[in-house]
Ligand binder design. Structure first.
Ligand code: GAL
Length: 434
C-alpha cells in the first residue's frame, strides 16, 4: 500500500470515528432526556436473590427480569437464585451473606415475621416509605398486606404477589372415574380417601424431602380444626400447643398421613404435585405455586385436568403468603434496586409475573383478564375471605420457632406420637412466641 492510499484511509477512518462519536453523544443526549422524562432509566448492576429456579418456580421471575431489562437496558441483571423449595437452601446462603455485610441487591423475603422479626429488626433493611409515597402504593396494595411488610410505620419491602397456602389440588379424571366429589370436611376427606384406597389409588401425595412440606400440610389442618381465631392465637401465645385443640388437629393430621404415598420422603413438592398431574395420586395440599407448575410447566388446564378446593374446613379462610423484595442496607447501587422495585410493584410487573407463578397480584388494580380460571377465582376469594398468616412460610412466627416445629413435624410423620409433638412444640412456643 502506498503512502497516499494510507493517508486517504487514515482520513476516512478519522472521519468515521468523528461521526460515530457524534452519534454516540446524540444517543447519550437522548438518554439523558429519557432519564429526565421518566426518571427511571438507570445503569449499573442488579443482583436478584431468590429460590426460584426450575420447574414451576422460575418462569415468572424470568419474565419479570425480561420486563425490567426492556426498561433498563443498561443494567446488568444477575439472577442469583439458589434452588430448594420454600428457600430451604437460599435462606441459609442469604443469612451468611447478610451477616458478612455482602447483601445481594435485593432478595425474596416473605412478609410477616420473616421480614419484621428478621432482617428489618436486625437493622439490615432500608425503609421504603418514600418510594411507596412516590408510586402511590399505599392506595394500591391492600392494607392487610402493607401491615405484613411494616414495623412501627416503616415499610421495608414491596409485595410482588399473594400466594394461597391452603389449596387441595385433585385429579379431575380420577374423581370422575370413581364418582367422587372433592371433600370439604375432614369426614368427607377420610371417606373419599377410603374409597380411593379401596380402589387402589394413592389418596394423598406428599413430598417431604424438604422438611417444610409436611408443615405446609399441617398448617391447613391446624386452620381447619381450630378455625381462624384460635389458629391466630397460637402466634400470640394465647393458645398453647399443648392443648385439647391442637391435640385434636394432630389426630386429624395423623389420620391424613395414613393415606400418603410410601415414597414421600424421597420426593419434593414438584414430584408430589406431579403425582396428581399424571394420575398416580388423587390429591395434594400445596400452595398455589402448584398452579403455576401445572399450567406453565405441564400445560394442564384448570377445572379440566386439575381441580381444587380449600382443604377440609378451611373454605372462606385464606392462608396468605406474600413474596416480597426490599432494599438491604449497604448495597452498592440503591437507585437501581429501587428501579427494580418500581417495576415489580407496577401493574405491568405484577401482571407479567403472577399469571406464570400461579399467584395473584398484590395490587388491587391489576388486570384480572390476564389470569386463568384459577387466578380469577382466587382473586375473588382473597377479597371475600378471612386472611390468616402462613406458618410454614415464616409469616406467623419467628424463624427459630419454624425451624423447631419443622423438626417436630418430621419426627411426627414417622412416629405419629401426639404427646411428644405437643410437648416439644410447647417448649418452642414458650421460647420463641410467649
Ligand atoms: C414459598 C414461596 C413461593 C414458592 C414456594 C415453593 O415459600 O413463597 O413463591 O416459591 O415457596 O418454593
Amino acid at each position: 500500500m502506498n503512502l497516499k492510499r494510507l493517508s486517504i484511509l487514515t482520513a476516512l477512518f478519522m472521519a468515521l470515528l468523528l461521526i460515530a462519536a457524534a452519534c454516540g453523544s446524540e444517543e447519550a443526549a437522548q438518554d439523558e432526556e429519557g432519564t429526565e422524562a421518566t426518571g427511571d432509566v438507570s445503569e449499573g448492576e442488579l443482583e436478584i436473590f431468590s429460590w426460584w429456579t426450575g420447574a414451576g418456580e422460575e418462569a415468572g421471575l424470568l419474565a419479570l427480569i425480561e420486563l425490567f431489562e426492556e426498561k433498563h437496558p443498561d443494567v446488568k441483571v444477575i439472577n442469583a437464585a439458589v434452588a430448594g423449595g420454600a428457600g430451604t437452601n437460599a435462606q441459609a446462603v442469604l443469612a451468611s451473606r447478610m451477616q458478612g455485610d455482602d447483601p445481594p441487591g435485593t432478595f425474596q423475603i416473605h412478609g410477616g415475621a420473616a421480614l419484621n422479626t428478621g432482617w428489618a429488626a436486625a437493622g439490615k433493611m432500608e425503609p421504603l416509605n418514600d418510594l411507596y409515597e412516590e408510586e402511590g402504593w399505599t392506595e394500591k396494595f391492600p392494607e392487610d398486606l402493607i401491615n405484613l411488610v411494616q414495623t412501627d410505620g416503616q415499610i421495608y419491602s414491596v409485595p410482588v404477589n399473594i400466594h394461597r397456602s391452603n389449596v387441595l389440588w385433585y385429579n379431575v379424571a380420577i374423581f370422575e372415574e370413581h364418582g367422587l366429589t372433592a371433600p370439604t370436611t375432614f369426614d368427607e376427606f377420610f371417606d373419599v380417601a377410603d374409597q380411593l384406597q379401596a380402589a387402589g389409588v394413592t389418596p394423598l401425595a406428599l413430598g417431604d424431602r424438604g422438611e417444610w412440606t409436611a408443615t405446609h400440610l399441617l398448617e391447613s389442618v391446624l386452620l381447619g380444626t381450630l378455625g381462624a381465631d384460635k389458629y391466630n392465637q397460637l402466634w400470640t401465645g394465647d393458645l398453647d400447643f399443648d392443648s385439647a385443640e391442637v391435640r385434636e388437629a394432630m389426630e386429624n393430621f395423623k389420620q391424613m398421613l395414613a393415606y400418603i404415598n410410601e415414597d414421600h420422603a424421597a420426593r419434593n413438592w414438584q414430584d408430589a404435585a406431579q403425582m396428581v398431574a399424571n394420575g398416580e395420586a388423587a390429591m395434594n395440599v400445596m400452595g398455589d405455586w402448584a398452579a403455576g407448575y401445572f399450567t406453565a410447566d405441564l400445560n394442564l388446564e384448570p377445572n379440566k385436568d386439575f381441580g381444587w378446593v380449600a382443604p377440609p374446613e378451611t373454605s372462606g379462610l385464606f392462608m396468605v403468603i406474600t413474596d416480597t423484595f426490599g432494599l438491604p442496607t449497604g448495597v452498592e447501587d440503591p437507585e437501581v434496586v429501587k428501579d427494580f422495585l418500581r417495576v415489580l410493584g407496577s401493574v405491568e410487573g405484577q401482571d407479567t409475573f403472577n399469571p406464570l407463578k400461579g399467584s395473584i397480584p398484590a395490587r388491587v388494580d391489576a388486570d384480572v383478564s390476564k389470569y386463568n380460571e384459577y387466578g380469577q377465582k382466587t382473586i375473588q376469594e382473597f377479597n371475600e375471605s378471612v386472611l390468616t398468616p402462613t406458618l410454614a412460610h415464616n409469616s406467623a412466627a419467628p424463624a427459630g420457632f419454624v425451624q423447631q416445629i419443622n423438626q417436630a413435624v418430621n419426627v411426627f410423620v414417622s412416629s405419629g406420637n401426639v404427646d411428644q409433638f405437643v410437648q416439644s412444640v410447647q417448649l418452642a412456643q414458650d421460647e420463641h412466641i410467649k
